[in-house]
Design a protein around this ligand. Structure first.
Ligand code: G4P
Length: 189
């Protein structure tokens, strides 16, 4: 998506050879007009897949996922990272290890919001190692829903996430694919 790539080039900050900071439009402040276009782009691409729900992971996935769900006119479910106050039988949890942040967290979903045979479009802001997406997929599939597609705003193609998910047969659409970050510069595929 050209407009997204231009935004990344003009506002993205290369923190290291593996981390790109995009706080000004995606991870802290949100460019809502860009998010609207991102939602339309994902919506059009996955329109033929009979999507019944959009799923994302809090927090930065919520804005692109909301716009996608709005375009497709389906509910949005975001998977929670904070521990629920009370453990009960209504929830399902899985452990995710974040290599980028060097921490482990529990991803939680309430069973009542994902049903057997739901066709899920999973949206996330970044794809790096694919750990977060893999955790989300574990929860979705454990409840009998199908992962019908994966939409990623920024893919770091030099990290193994895409290969991992593709090897499992998922249809991945990334709007910007970064080949390399080096010497403060961003190179797209
Ligand atoms: P993975 O899921 O693909 O394995 O990635 P990883 O666990 O390593 O990423 C953990 C967090 O770091 C995620 O955010 C992810 O979006 C973010 N992240 C990974 N690489 C980059 C990067 O180059 N730039 C930025 N800005 N973020 C990156 P999170 O912890 O879920 O945060 P948030 O959604 O609450 O903002």
């Amino acid at each position: 998506m050209e407009k997204l790539k231009e935004k990344i080039l003009s506002e993205g900050k290369v923190i290291s050879d593996s981390i790109l900071k995009v706080d000004s439009f995606l991870n802290h402040q949100v460019d809502v007009n860009l998010m609207k276009e991102i939602g339309e782009e994902f919506g059009k691409y996955f329109n033929s897949k009979n999507i019944t729900k959009v799923v994302t992971i809090e927090s930065s996935g919520i804005s692109p996922a909301t716009m996608t769900a709005l375009y497709l006119n389906v509910p949005l479910v975001f998977l929670k990272k904070q521990k629920p106050n009370t453990l009960n039988n209504d929830i399902l949890q899985t452990t995710v290890k974040s290599f980028t942040k060097g921490e482990t967290y529990e991803l939680t979903v309430s069973k009542k919001y994902l049903q057997k045979d739901d066709n899920i479009l999973l949206i996330d802001d970044f794809l790096a190692n694919g750990e977060a997406a893999s955790g989300a997929i574990r929860l979705i599939e454990a409840l009998g829903s199908n992962v019908s597609g994966i939409g990623i705003v920024i893919e770091k193609s030099f990290q193994p996430g895409r290969k991992l998910l593709e090897s499992r047969g998922y249809d991945i659409y990334s709007l910007a694919r970064i080949k390399q970050l080096s010497d403060g510069k961003i190179y797209f595929l």
